[in-house]
Design a protein around this ligand. Structure first.
Ligand code: ZN
Length: 48
């Protein structure tokens, strides 16, 4: 099942929940210099 996650900067990704959590945590660090928890990332995942 495909899900999506997006950031308020316009970045977004599609994939499985596991992939999206990893992608968002990495994006927050590399793109914004922020540490986000996996729980925060999970809360941003939306069903396609
Ligand atoms: Zn961003």
């Amino acid at each position: 099942m495909t899900k999506s996650i997006s950031c308020n900067c316009g970045w977004h990704e599609h994939g499985t929940a596991e992939e999206l959590v990893d992608a968002f945590v990495q994006h927050a660090q590399e793109g914004h210099g922020k540490q986000v928890s996996r729980e925060q990332a999970v809360s941003l995942i939306r069903e396609e």
